[in-house]
Design a protein around this ligand. Structure first.
Ligand code: NDP
Length: 448
């Protein structure tokens, strides 16, 4: 069978076997559309069924999460853990708590995670999990009870050598603390390496909180440098105002850029003075309030509940909120305003149509599986520190993160070049480089 027929057959089978899982189909399509040149050179991956096996998770767990709210009412959510690939190490990937979570979303995230984790060069497989629980407006007590119930099922499936979850949308340090406490109680083990993203005081790594946002900016910095440019003096928009967005903003500002807009799911804020990061952190992390409060407090800012922050003229855009938030029209607006680079801090934030527009216009485009790999890379550094019962300084950890991001950038370019693409075809480079590392391991480990 020729390579394109093989890829189309796998693709058709994924669609048939996973009906209605639009985001999972989208993630698979994006990877498979890059793999032709790699499979042409490695026919043994076709005969070894590597791509078919990669598209089917090794294990999928779905479970009931019952809990009691502050009014005494019983609530029921659905939890998931998709253990996608253990070819390179224990399953590794975050937990997302958001009402939109369903099987297809968790599978898309788990699938992306396989290649992202491979790109880091560290010994971690791919997985993802979460629940359709909405933490917004819930008290600390409700969050704790939900996390405890979630872990009461999840603990059977995880372990520092099996599967190591971390945070994602709706899961930060507070939730990781509650999850870890329940795991410890159920197992009677202080197994620090079972979860990453822990607070620094008891097993967490310095720079993990910052890592995804910082790493995205490091990746964008590398892309800009190939064209003799930098963040210094540039206008930047960053979507979202959660963990990834906040620390992307922090690093852009440290590099001399001016972040003029950010957002949440209710709208976006424009502040031509540059986003006041201390105020933003206070509103989002301490008060856990809506972004509109920023404009109520800061006279130079205005909040808009309609439209999109991608209409705000900028040199660099960092989508750091959620999947499919940057569509075709946004990409057209960005290119009309002369955007130089787009680096994805979120997972799959740009639609395929948007990516086509950006790349067609010669914009530097860093796909999430490369650009946001700094978070999981630093999680792997946290696992190393836990295994050694050690803790590195912030500076040591950040410099390891910066080196990982530089290496990923270099590898993407070199791989794109080797497999017939332009060196700045980061989509091709990231997909093939990640795939080859996993495929080599799978081929060596037999049909398992
Ligand atoms: P957080 O929960 O901390 O923040 C998410 C942010 O995105 C919030 O500001 C949220 O606003 C906003 N948001 C959510 N949905 C929408 C929407 N439909 N439109 C506009 N804004 C929206 O999550 P993280 O920062 O951790 O994650 C953000 C992205 O980065 C996700 O795609 C995640 O998978 C990815 N990522 C995260 C990593 C990490 O280490 N945390 C690692 C790699 C990738 P609101 O408060 O209104 O919901």
């Amino acid at each position: 069978m020729d390579v394109s027929t093989h890829i189309e057959a796998v693709h058709a089978e994924v669609r048939r076997r996973n009906p209605g899982e639009a985001e999972f189909h989208q993630a698979v399509t994006e990877v498979l559309s890059s793999l032709g040149p790699a499979l042409e050179r490695h026919p043994e991956y076709v005969s070894g069924g590597i791509v078919e096996r990669l598209c089917e998770p090794e294990r999928q767990v779905a479970f009931r999460v019952p809990w009691v709210d502050d009014q005494g009412a019983v609530r029921v959510n659905r939890g998931f853990r998709i253990e996608f690939s253990s070819a390179l190490g224990p399953y590794k990937g975050g937990l997302r708590f958001h009402p939109s979570v369903n099987l297809g979303i968790v599978k898309f995230l788990g699938f992306e995670q396989i290649f992202k984790n491979a790109l880091t060069g560290m010994g971690i497989g791919g997985g993802k999990g979460g629940a359709d629980f909405d933490p917004r407006g819930r008290s600390d007590g409700e969050i704790m009870r939900f996390c405890q119930s979630f872990m009461t099922e999840l603990y059977r499936h995880i372990g520092e050598r099996t599967d190591v979850p971390a945070g994602d949308i709706g899961v930060g340090g507070r939730e990781i603390g509650f999850l870890f406490g329940q795991y410890k109680r159920l197992t009677n083990r202080f197994e620090a390496g079972v979860l990453t993203g822990k607070p620094v005081a008891w097993g967490g790594s310095h720079a993990r909180t910052e890592a995804t946002g910082y790493g995205t900016v490091f990746f964008a910095q590398e892309m800009l440098a190939t064209r003799g440019k930098s963040f210094d003096g540039r206008r930047v928009v960053v979507s979202g105002s959660g963990n990834v967005a906040v620390y992307a903003i922090e690093k852009v500002q440290a590099l001399g850029g001016r972040v003029v807009a950010c957002s949440d799911s209710s709208g976006y804020v424009v502040d031509e003075d540059g986003i006041d990061l201390e105020l933003l952190k206070e509103i989002k992390e301490v008060r856990r309030a809506r972004l509109s409060v920023y404009a109520e407090v800061k006279p130079t800012a205005h909040f808009s509940a309609r439209g999109t922050l991608y209409d705000v003229p900028c040199d660099i855009a960092l989508p750091c909120a959620t999947q499919n938030e940057l569509g075709r029209d946004d990409a057209v607006a960005l290119t009309k305003n002369g955007v130089l680079a787009v680096a994805e801090g979120a997972n799959m934030p740009s639609t395929p149509e948007a990516i086509e527009v950006l790349r067609g216009a010669g914009v530097l485009f860093g796909p999430g599986k490369a650009a946001n790999a700094g978070g999981v890379a630093t999680s792997a550094l946290e696992m190393q520190q836990n295994a050694a019962r050690d803790q590195w300084t912030f500076e040591q950890t950040e410099s390891r993160l910066a080196a990982v991001m530089r290496d990923i950038h270099t590898e993407c370019r070199a791989t794109a070049d080797t497999y017939g693409g332009a060196p700045d075809d980061y989509v091709l480079g990231a997909n093939i480089a990640g795939f080859l590392r996993v495929a080599d391991a799978m081929a060596a480990q037999g049909i398992v």
